[in-house]
Design a protein around this ligand. Sequence first.
Ligand SMILES: [Fe+2]
Ligand SMILES: [Fe+2]
Length: 147
Amino acid sequence: MKITEALMAEHMMFHNLFDHVEKTAPRLKTAREIKLLAALMDSMLAAHSRTEDDLFIGPLEHCFEQIGHRETFHQEHEQIEECLKQAQSVKQSRQARQWLLAAVDCSRKHFDKEERIVFPMAERVLKSKTLTALAQTGMEQRKTPAG
Ligand SMILES: [Fe+2]
Ligand SMILES: [Fe+2]
């Protein structure tokens, strides 16, 4: 399997999670419930973003520069993470919900950009063999917890 295929498969799972969060969040009454959902999304996204940050930015750096996205790729991960941290730290349920839904919104836009621009670019620029090797590295990396 290529890394682009592996990441894309994860995207499909995240799209379901985002749908679920959008549907559920308005009905949740306590801040605690919303925070649990934010924490779940946070930890699931962390592994995904880490793989992209570690394995994609390097080999595709020159391409990102050309399309003017070198910083944004990583920045968007941080922005999503920040929304989820806020969702987990505010006191009122209304605010927690707003941050959680903002995280979903940011994530959807970011994922869309990856699916339309970044993954096809990786498929064009990198060799099949490289994409497969990167998927292998990504799997190995998942076995070790983030430092
Ligand atoms: Fe990403
Ligand atoms: Fe992604």
